[in-house]
Ligand binder design. Sequence first.
Ligand SMILES: Nc1ncnc2c1ncn2[C@@H]1O[C@H](COP(=O)(O)OP(=O)(O)OP(=O)(O)O)[C@@H](O)[C@H]1O
Length: 496
Amino acid sequence: MAVRETRVNAGDTERTPARVAIGFLLRHPRSVGSLAAVGITGCYIGFHTMLIGVGVAVVAGASWAVLDRPTFDRFAGRLLRAWWRRWAVYRRKWADVAFRCGLASSNRHGQSLVPTLLAVRSTWCWDSVRVRILDGQAAEDFEQVLDRLANAYNARRATLRTLKPNMISLDFQRREPFDTLMVPLPEMPREESAVNLERLPLGRDEYGRDFALDLVGGIHYLIAGATGAGKGSWMWGLLRALAPWIRSGLVRLWVIDPKGGMEFGQGAELFHRFATDDQSGLDVTREYVDALDERKEAMGRAGLRNWTPSAEHPLDLLLVDELAAMTEYTDRDISREFVKLLSKALTQFRAVGGRVVGATQEPTKEVIPMRGLFPTTVALRLEEASYVDMALGEGVRDRGAFADQIPEYMPGVAYLKQDGKREPLRVRAAYTADDDITELVRFATSEDATVLDFPTDTGSGTDSADAADTEQTETGSLDVEYIEDDGDDDEDFDVA
Ligand SMILES: Nc1ncnc2c1ncn2[C@@H]1O[C@H](COP(=O)(O)OP(=O)(O)OP(=O)(O)O)[C@@H](O)[C@H]1O
């Protein structure tokens, strides 16, 4: 493919106005198209009327942004920001920055060349700037000056991805909301009626909104994170949000902590079944699957299509702290049976009250062969860039989920990706300290549970189909917002 070069001091004969205009039109079809549309509309309806219309649109947009920043960002903000930052920030300074960082070159005619800035994409925290590099350059040339590029663009940090042999993405982190954003531990509910399976409060998202887990729409969760990334806070936070149900038996906890019970030992009293090694982990999984199989059959016989949590049919939550210990670092027989059982649990028990939350340090295919069956995935800090897409799905890192860039000093911060939703969301779980776990254990093992009404999971149909085609429940209260996956990655880029 021919490399298009940006000629900084090309000869006058080559830069005739007509050439410049045509070149600009071809390079910036969206911007030129938009301006042309504005011009034509102005001629047609009159510029006064158009200005009034633009003024009304600006005021309406600004009000929307002030009143509900996340939805504004989802539908308009990210595109406007990408457009604005391409022209006002990246493109304006690009030639100067390239020269100063030693990224400019020259051809044999002595003409100066700079790499071509192709497109900008913007999320709430990161900008991705797509650049076509010059002949004779390599991605390493840019890697060496990332700090300088970050300084030039006033970014907290810059990283680089190679997209094609001659195309890279420079990713600039503009803001880190969790530097200043406090993430208080949500108060532990005391009444059964205060527990809403669609909204189990855990922390805050990047916009500062309350963030909650959703065991109805989100179904099963896979939590990937390096050691010390904060997986514990996510799982204990979930248990705290379910505290009154644990106490009254509306939720049964089946917990596998194959690292000798180090993570969950403190809560042993809360668990219906607790395994601390791989063999007993397999036994617990077997028992879990048998119990839910039985329930499925019983509900089928009784003609019940909708599961309602009750003492007889509680929510059965299987928690596995380190999946690798059950799938990879164990006997082949244990691993083979566990993978089969877990895959069944992930595909067949949604409608009868079975939920799975699994954690892993390595989200590879070998460790989590069934990772595609988790409708919701969470990537805390990960060791490898390649782990991000393994955990969240193909191409999600390119859409701004830089989980490998989460600093070590920010445990609990993660990107969350839900089936059918396009954008990953950056969130932070509140820290659950030992005292908070003690509070949970004390409360959930105390007497006097009162049974009240609670919400119903109205799902029906086969689970495997449901898991594959998860209808996302957008409740008024659950503020996790996503953008539908239209499969077109380039849509968010403002093409330069
Ligand atoms: N949400 C959080 N906010 C602030 N600090 C946290 C948070 N979660 C964890 N931490 C801190 O990070 C440390 C490690 O957390 P944690 O043990 O949960 O990590 P982990 O991912 O479970 O690691 P491992 O896989 O090694 O068990 C905790 O001791 C705590 O100090």
